[in-house]
Design a protein around this ligand. Structure first.
Ligand SMILES: C[S@@+](CC[C@H](N)C(=O)[O-])C[C@H]1O[C@@H](n2cnc3c(N)ncnc32)[C@H](O)[C@@H]1O
Length: 311
């Protein structure tokens, strides 16, 4: 999503070290690999081993150095420093991939019945079913309102707690039914989105602790920018792009890039987020909420740090 726009601003060049923090189906990694060429170094990270397998398939026959890392991007700096690499290009395309969405067994979709899992990392500690079993009504209402921006959150939480007294809520179809009952048929008919959209999104964000992970990634970008030339993980002039799908995510990215610029450690290339064009939205409705922000690393302070003494 927003691939052309992201590549245009990331400007990957032959021989660059590129980091794809969210490998997914491998489309963005493959495009980065083509641009950095045989002299380049691509590091693709994902929590999901299936995503990494499909990315590795894209890389077959590519002559550059390819490293696949199964981990959270919260540790991206550590992985680069360990390998004595510094990134020129960093991309994070947040959320779930279409492969994950279409696999009913992962529980991301309200359109197919499956277990209420929703973990990117299949070995992660908590599933959506665990949250629905263990959270109080107040906690569920807060989670669905905050992460899902769902106006009916208290009503849905009440219904969830009533339902689980009779039987555990363990499948996507059960959750859809509970949300639909909370909406009522008239409100459900009038709703522009499927009634379950926001509740599913909220649970997915909570299961994977997505906002905390993004905060950690952005802190590493700022820290890396402050350590340019001093053993950090970013090269001076590195370009960092984040594609987000939620207003809370976009706010985190925006604030971090503002901090970067105000600290003299980088420059925002997008004062306003770039959004998908009508063609992309028509082909993929999820693109409607995609927002791209890009910044470069290396402002006056970073430049002072890398300049040789006496310059
Ligand atoms: C939108 S998809 C990326 C799609 C990819 N750009 C492509 O071209 O196919 C997001 C991916 O990020 C992964 N992911 C989500 N949170 C992550 C995290 N904290 N660390 C690493 N990977 C994460 C998901 O497992 C998913 O595969």
């Amino acid at each position: 999503m927003l691939l052309g726009e992201a590549l245009g601003l990331l400007d990957p060049r032959p021989g660059d070290v590129a980091v794809d923090c969210t490998a997914g189906g491998g489309g963005h990694s493959a495009a980065l690999a083509r641009a950095i060429g045989p002299g380049g170094h691509l590091i693709s990270i994902d929590l999901d081993p299936q995503s990494l397998a499909s990315t590795a398939q894209h890389m077959q026959g590519w002559a550059g150095q390819f490293v696949s890392i199964r981990d959270s991007f919260v540790r991206v700096a550590q992985h680069l420093v360990q390998r004595q690499l510094r990134a020129d290009v960093v991309l994070a395309d947040l959320g779930f991939s279409s492969g994950q969405m279409h696999e009913a067994g992962r529980g991301f979709s309200f359109q197919a019945d499956g277990p209420l899992d929703m973990r990117y990392d299949p070995d992660g500690p908590v599933t959506a079913a665990d949250l629905l079993r263990s959270c109080t009504e107040e906690e569920l209402a807060d989670l669905i309102r905050r992460y899902g921006e769902e106006p009916l959150a208290p009503k849905i939480a009440r219904k969830l707690v009533q339902t689980r007294k009779d039987q555990p809520i363990q499948t996507t179809a059960q959750l859809v039914q509970v949300v639909q009952e909370a909406y009522g048929s008239r409100r459900a008919r009038k709703s522009r989105l499927h009634p379950a959209t926001r509740t599913f999104m909220a649970l997915r964000i909570a299961v994977n602790d997505e906002l905390a992970a993004l905060e950690a990634l952005m802190d590493q970008v700022i820290d890396g920018a402050a350590k340019v030339g001093e053993g950090g993980w970013l090269n001076s002039g590195a370009r960092v792009a984040v594609i987000s799908f939620h207003s809370l995510e976009d706010r985190i990215v925006k604030r971090a890039f503002v901090r970067l610029a105000e600290g003299g450690l980088g420059t925002r290339l997008t004062k306003r987020p770039i959004t998908a064009g009508a063609d992309e939205v028509a082909a993929n409705p999820r693109a409607r909420s995609a927002k791209l922000r890009v910044a470069t690393v290396g402002g006056p302070k970073a430049m002072m740090k890398v300049a040789p003494a006496g310059c």
